[in-house]
Design a protein around this ligand. Structure first.
Ligand SMILES: [Zn+2]
Ligand SMILES: [Zn+2]
Length: 281
């Protein structure tokens, strides 16, 4: 899956998914790492208003106006409705960027709201879902969803010739049903996600601030064990990518990953090393 990601608990988190030109969170350093790719970003989805998830917007909005590139491409920033920290930053950015060459839009979202990414015959969209972070902080996670088609249940066991015959008789559309497939699920730095919200996603990006439960002082964020449990219950199809890992663990990660491989889990687990850029372009 094509993405570029950076995540270090407390410092900065952002994930750029290039096929949909979507940036999830915008922690510090996002524009300096992405460089000219900043112009490709079309949508920014903010999980909440903590500085380590939004401070990169200051640079991103400015660089889109001033660097060498297509400075007229519009940019839309989606954020959890009612999040006061994001609103404060939005006001600051409006006041300090009055003459942007491109169209910048801010769109609040609530649990369950969808944003269409492509308007083809079968649409693709991002759906927001509610997460739980801290008390005065409205937070959201996001699923990238693709509408797909498959044979209706009653036809699936039929031999190929039989199906072709039915297509000729009834037409293709009569045999097909549409369903939604989650490609990527991004949970920000929430406590363990509700597995139903990220059910059967291909790639789950889940908070793993703590590798050990003893190091968690209050019930915030998630542990590796909790993230694995969410991924198991959600029947993650391909990979759990652990983000928001505390830098105290940076020298332990290889060892932990090796242990995880021994468990023979039905999905791959990757621990995103804090302070390093992960690039799968
Ligand atoms: Zn955070
Ligand atoms: Zn946070």
């Amino acid at each position: 899956m094509r993405l570029i990601a950076y995540s270090k608990a407390l410092y900065s988190t952002w994930v750029y998914y290039s096929p949909d030109r979507a940036l999830f969170d915008a922690g510090e350093g996002v524009s300096s790492v992405l460089g000219n790719k900043c112009f490709a970003i079309r949508h920014v989805f903010l999980s909440h208003g903590h500085a380590d998830h939004i401070s990169g917007l200051v640079g991103l909005i400015n660089i889109r106006n001033n660097a060498m590139g297509d400075t007229e491409k519009p940019l839309t920033i989606y954020y959890p409705r009612g999040n006061w920290r994001v609103s404060e930053l939005m006001n600051y950015l409006w006041r300090t960027n009055r003459h942007l060459r491109y169209q910048l839009e801010w769109v609040p979202l609530s649990d369950g709201e969808r944003v269409q990414l492509f308007g083809g015959r079968l649409p693709r969209y991002v759906e927001a879902f509610k997460t739980v972070h801290s008390q005065d902080e409205h937070s959201l996670g996001y699923n990238i969803i693709e509408r797909r088609e498959r044979l209706k249940e009653e036809y699936r066991a039929l031999p190929q010739e039989e199906i072709l015959k039915l297509v000729r008789e009834k037409g293709r559309a009569a045999l097909l049903e549409q369903y939604d497939k989650k490609l990527l699920s991004y949970g920000g730095d929430s406590i363990p996600l509700d597995p139903r919200k990220v059910e059967e996603t291909d790639l789950l990006l889940h908070d793993v601030t703590f590798l050990d439960e003893e190091e968690r002082k209050e019930y915030k964020h998630a542990t590796l064990e909790e993230a694995l449990e969410v991924a198991r219950q959600a029947r993650v199809q391909q990979e759990l990518l652990a983000i928001h890992i505390s830098s105290r663990y940076q020298f332990k990660l290889r060892e932990v990953e090796a242990k995880l491989r021994e468990l023979g889990l039905p999905f791959k687990v990757t621990l995103l090393p804090p302070g390093k850029v992960l690039s799968r372009e």
